[in-house]
Design a protein around this ligand. Structure first.
Ligand code: AMP
Ligand code: GLY
Length: 422
């Protein structure tokens, strides 16, 4: 069978690489993909504009695609799954209504309250003046969030009222996030440790994936601007059996049930971003997709077939599915381009010294092929990912793999995984 992966990041390289390992899979197409997917065995890139749903559908029919997996949030929120589904193409991902859990902070916060899901206290505003008035009545730090999708940049942590006011000016007056900023959520600042809890969900059935922890801030020791994620490891020791159960009962089940009650049952990867403080949890956000870079270490640990897992979910057969993991730990270190997460350099030639050894994988993200050269094309360029008998070994192998890559302006965090070693 043939598979189509939609997207072009490190997550999509990992999804394509994993699907291509299935003997039942003859080929994997990635739309639009990156240099890593172009070079991967059994995988090829397709240059279709993802916004052109009809062109994606025509391609699926022409190639007899048996499964589409949609990686990023934008096409999910825009309704690609609804469209392909209505054309009888098996697609793994949520409907655009269910994807509102990520697509609108106001929708998700209201949903949390309606269904009793623990979250930070908040207020939502659709105009500058009332949001500004609210700033007088709250304590600091506080968190200002643009309502819509903003490529991970729409969340601003403000230490004092003047910073919160600046955030509101940039969102409402300067329209820094365009339509994503027509309303805002202002919520309490939470302290604790962040955990990514990602599951495969089909209506009321759930298969939790291996636990993981991301590193959002750009600098070592979690300092500097927030990014899409600078590295991740799996499993996350902070999620013990008790906390795991709590997350299922207090977060995942009410979310699945709530979406069914709203008439939008969920299908796809469901990602809860959680803040854990002394064993108590609060939901920071939901993502309607697999995490990036969490996908990379998680999939390195997955022994089961990803294709079978997704097809079981689509066919409502998750109850019969037994997922299998290696006991090994995995660590993924993102290599980024100078300037990221703000303006960064592009089109730098990449030198890669060694190819992947067993238990190690250099996933590409912002790369493109030009002739036989690999050039940088995005802020996050690679995720060097490795397995080890424990986190320490996985970390040390991942950093060895990092050393095999060089390009002008490359940088990475030196402490990915340290949290898990504490
Ligand atoms: P979000 O997109 O809402 O998850 O926010 C992105 C990142 O901002 C999170 O992963 C956290 O690191 C941080 N963040 C968001 N909301 C809060 C909060 N209420 N308190 C502290 N940090 C937050
Ligand atoms: N790593 C965070 C995200 O995928 O949103």
């Amino acid at each position: 069978m043939y598979i189509l992966i939609v997207g072009s990041g490190g997550r999509e390289h990992a999804l394509a690489w994993k699907c291509a390992q299935d003997e039942s899979v003859s080929g994997v197409f990635v739309c639009p993909g990156n240099a890593g997917t172009a070079l991967e065995n059994k995988v090829s890139n397709v240059s279709i504009n993802v916004d052109d749903f009809a062109a994606v559908k025509d391609f699926c029919i022409e190639k007899n695609i048996a499964l589409v997996i949609v990686g990023p949030e934008q096409p999910l929120v825009d309704g690609l799954v609804d469209y392909l589904d209505s054309n009888d193409i098996k697609t793994f991902g949520p409907s655009s209504t269910a994807a509102q859990l990520e697509g609108s902070k106001t929708f998700s916060k209201d949903f949390f309250i309606k269904y009793g899901i623990p979250t930070a206290t908040y207020a939502a505003f659709d105009n500058f003046d009332s949001a500004k008035d609210h700033l007088k009545n709250i304590s600091y730090p506080t968190v200002v969030k643009a309502d819509g999708l903003a490529a991970g940049k729409g969340v601003i942590i403000c230490q004092a009222e003047n910073e919160a006011l600046e955030a509101l000016v940039s969102i409402f007056k300067d329209q820094a996030f365009g339509d994503a900023g027509t309303s805002v959520v202002i919520e309490d600042f939470l302290i604790g440790e962040e955990v990514s809890f990602i599951a495969v969900v089909s209506k009321d059935k759930i298969i939790p994936l291996a636990t993981s922890q991301d590193h959002k801030a750009v600098g070592d020791g979690d300092v500097g601007l927030n990014t899409g994620g600078m590295g991740a490891y799996s499993p996350a020791p902070i999620v013990d059996e008790k906390l795991h159960q709590k997350i299922i009962e207090q977060v995942m089940k009410p979310t699945m049930q709530g979406l069914i009650a709203e008439g939008s049952p969920y299908l796809g990867f469901l990602y809860a971003g959680l803040m854990i403080n002394n064993g108590e949890l609060k939901v920071l956000e939901f993502n309607c997709r697999f995490g990036d870079p969490e996908t990379q270490p998680i999939l390195l640990r997955l022994k089961s077939s990803l294709v079978e897992l997704c097809l079981s979910a689509i066919d409502d057969q998750l109850n019969n599915y037994q997922i299998q993991w290696t006991d090994e730990h995995a660590c993924g270190v993102v290599i980024a381009s100078n300037g990221y997460p703000q303006n960064y350099t592009k089109n730098k030639e990449v030198k890669i010294k060694s190819s992947d050894a067993i238990g190690m994988k250099l996933f590409h993200a912002g790369t493109k092929l030009q002739g036989d050269k690999v050039l940088t094309s995005g802020g996050r360029v690679f995720c060097a990912t490795a397995l080890g008998k424990d986190l320490q070994e996985a970390q040390s192998k991942a950093y060895n793999l990092v050393e095999s890559v060089s390009f002008d302006g490359a940088f990475y965090r030196k402490d990915i995984g340290n949290k898990g070693l504490k």
